[in-house]
Write a protein that binds this ligand. Structure first.
Ligand code: APR
Length: 309
């Protein structure tokens, strides 16, 4: 049986860490691509040399040539520039739209059946760019944001409650930005909603910290943005797809009427399996939650409208 092949475009912090996770789990062979010559080859070789010690058989290589990525099952897009302190994700739009459009055109041409996972920010807008550049159907273009935002929310809930992260579930919907919608009513400790476990102002504080989770890391790092958690979350999506796990995960998805939104990428829970997006997992929102979701979708729409044609 042929092994799965995952191409990771952008061999920087998020890309290289994602590649490491995929290879070390033995999930797939990995091809790391970057525009910088020698760097992806160097990181690929370095990661390959860890294999005898870590103990896996995945092949991991680096390249500057898209021919080497041909026949990939998944294409992970992390190429672009990250945020600097004081920048919002939206400040990256023009530069990263050019980069994402170019790399997706090259990669999709040689892997026409691949599933694309976009990680580059501003996330929801870059998903639009990737869908346009690839011409792929919505089932095969997904964005990694909700898994990360939910992981951050879970971390903060576990810290607050003094319980294991394993027993904490959280849902964050909407765009990957300041308007994201942490759904506390559906966020639980051992199945009990946090709205029943914590006073309202603590719930609000955790929601706010989640929405600012990326900026909190950027302010501390000063020279880049988060990558350990983003890579772990990207890995979770790759794993759900390649092992056809039917995981229910929040992903940026091109909505066609679901949640009252049409023709826009916004974060919603979906069922992820070998076909990529297998089903949008619709849940009932209260009027307040729907209003917050609509505001978030409107913010994404404004950015998409600002994209160069
Ligand atoms: N083709 C291929 N690679 C490119 C291109 C291109 N046209 N342009 C830039 N790159 C590469 C850079 O050379 C760099 O190695 O993308 C990589 C980005 O890596 P980092 O600068 O380390 O950024 P990282 O922290 O990995 O974040 C990447 O993910 O989370 C988002 O907001 C973040 O948009 C950013 C992206």
């Amino acid at each position: 049986m042929a092994r799965n092949k995952v191409t990771v475009i952008g061999a920087g912090n998020v890309g290289a860490t994602t590649a490491q996770r995929i290879a070390e789990a033995g999930l797939a062979d990995v091809v790391l691509v970057d525009i910088v010559e020698g760097m992806p080859q160097g990181k690929g070789l370095d990661l390959a040399e860890a294999a005898p010690v870590v103990g896996h058989d995945a092949r991991i290589t680096g390249t500057n040539d898209y021919a080497d990525t041909a026949g990939s099952d998944i294409i992970v897009v992390t190429s672009g520039i990250p945020r600097k302190p004081g920048m919002s994700r939206d400040d990256l739009i023009a530069t990263n739209a050019g980069i994402v459009g170019g790399v997706v055109t090259s990669a999709a041409a040689v892997s026409p059946d691949a599933i694309i996972i976009v990680v580059t920010n501003p996330l929801d807008v870059m998903c639009h760019v990737a869908m346009r550049a690839s011409g792929f159907p919505r089932e095969r273009v997904l964005g990694m944001a909700g898994v990360l935002d939910s992981a951050r929310f879970r971390t903060f809930i576990a810290m607050e409650m003094g319980v294991s992260v394993e027993d904490v579930h959280a849902f964050v919907l909407g765009g990957h930005g300041d308007t994201m919608v942490p759904l506390s009513r559906y966020s639980t400790v051992a199945g009990v909603p946090i709205t029943e476990l914590l006073p309202e102002e603590r719930v609000k504080a955790l929601e706010t910290r989640t929405a600012n989770g990326g900026a909190e890391i950027v302010a501390l790092l000063k020279t880049g943005s988060a990558y350990y958690a983003p890579a772990a979350c990207t890995f979770e999506m790759v794993d759900a797809i390649l092992r056809d796990r039917k995981r229910v995960l929040p992903c940026a998805t091109y909505l066609q009427g679901e949640f009252g939104v049409d023709g826009l990428f916004v974060g919603v829970p979906v069922v992820l399996g070998r076909g990529g997006l297998e089903r949008v997992f619709e849940i009932t929102l209260t009027a307040d939650e729907q209003a917050a979701f609509d505001r978030s979708a409107a913010a994404v729409k404004e950015l998409v409208a600002a994209l160069p044609a």
